[in-house]
Design a protein around this ligand. Structure first.
Ligand code: ATP
Ligand code: MG
Length: 356
């Protein structure tokens, strides 16, 4: 029997609530298939930990996490702790140390999910965003060129390395090839005359190795418009850190809202643990009320099952979400329902049971 050791960081706010429901789904999959099992180890890190201990994680957190097969993260953030500290010291720290250079975000409109694009909502909206997750516009490089009142100038540099750019584009081609889907590259070479020209050049280069993959290249502004006007033209999408960040929020809005958006931080070489988390934050305004929507967290758990090679159970979890949405009975208030977080998780698990 295969055993997967998962480090669970429930985090702050609604993090622990939604993570519990994702774990139910993982346990259900393992219960239905005797060939694998999960073992969960909890870490109390996050902003509450910071307020007590002055740091977001243990000093040797990275060494501790290194031993695990994956990390399952709730949400990090608390009104008393500045975002740039909590983000940098926990999330970015883990992403960087474990070289999780791929951010994998499905933008798939499930049947029964609410979408503002009603007129085209019955079309097939099923995009997979592959966002560069380690450098680019978020490299954290820059400086003050001039200080002093009234004529301050700051620089914020982007970093696009050959290694970083080529590996994300190659990973996207591999994914498109494996799934038999088209690949769209999104950049902005007409305005960013170094970084995005470089990006486009590498895309063309790698493309020549994958003649079987249908491709297109779009400018980011045009891509934003087309995601709303004609979302079905996008299948697998590869883009930079900043553009991916912005466009996947747009994607979340198209495909059912923040309560349904999942994201995975992947180290494809599997040298280090990958990390699975809902896209939403800690939502302090609704924390502790048992009304947070666990579907994004459950979708992340499905991504984890997929990553470990259990496609059947990963798909069962997604199908169960779709069934739940179509039934329209057991939903949290953000989806106009009246059910609690755990009622939604329990329902998903019982639908999965029926399905397999
Ligand atoms: P952070 O800085 O941690 O990202 P944030 O306030 O920017 O926090 P979210 O925590 O994602 O962003 O919350 C944005 C809004 O969406 C809040 O009003 C919150 O209540 C709502 N929200 C976020 N996640 C969920 C969820 N899982 N279920 C229901 N509502 C949610
Ligand atoms: Mg936020």
């Amino acid at each position: 029997m295969k055993k997967f050791n998962i480090a669970v960081i429930p985090g702050d706010g609604i993090g622990p609530e939604v993570i519990d429901e994702g774990i139910k789904v993982l346990n259900k999959a393992a219960e239905m298939d005797t060939s694998f099992q999960f073992s969960f180890t909890y870490f109390p890190w996050g902003c509450e930990f910071y307020l007590k201990n002055g740091k977001m994680m243990d000093p040797d957190a990275i060494q501790q996490l290194q031993e695990f097969d994956a990390i399952y993260l709730g949400a990090i953030g608390f009104p008393g702790v500045p975002d740039h500290i909590s983000l940098r010291d926990l999330l970015l720290n883990i992403r960087k140390n474990f070289d999780q250079y791929v951010n994998l975000r499905p933008v798939k409109l499930l049947k029964g999910a609410p979408s503002p694009l009603i007129s085209i909502a019955n079309e097939n909206i099923d995009m997979l965003f592959i966002r560069e997750n380690s450098e680019g516009e978020y490299a954290g490089e820059g400086n003050w060129l001039y200080k002093g009142k009234s004529h301050e100038v700051v620089l914020q540099n982007s970093v696009f390395s050959r290694k970083g750019t080529e590996r994300i584009i190659r990973m996207a081609f591999e994914t498109a090839k494996k799934e038999g889907r088209s690949l769209t590259s999104i950049s902005k070479a007409n305005a960013l005359n170094y970084s995005m020209v470089f990006w486009d050049e590498i895309f063309e280069e790698v493309k020549s190795e994958y003649p079987e993959v249908e491709t297109s290249s779009l400018l980011v502004d045009a891509a934003a418009m087309l995601m709303v006007k004609d979302p079905k033209r996008f299948e697998v999408v590869v883009t930079s850190n900043l553009f991916g960040d912005i466009l996947t929020d747009l994607g979340a809005a198209i495909a059912g809202g923040i309560g349904l958006a999942a994201g995975a931080n992947i180290n494809p070489e599997r040298k280090y643990p990958s990390m699975f988390e809902p896209v939403h934050g800690s939502a302090p305004d609704i924390a502790g009320k048992d009304i947070s929507n666990p579907l994004a967290s459950i979708w992340s758990a499905s991504q984890m099952l997929d990553f470990f090679g259990y496609k059947k159970y990963a798909q069962a979890a997604i199908d169960a979400i779709e069934t739940l949405l179509l039934e329209g009975q057991i939903l949290t208030p953000d989806m106009n329902g009246t059910s609690s977080t755990s009622e939604v998780g329990d329902r998903i698990v019982s639908i999965m049971e029926r399905m397999i």
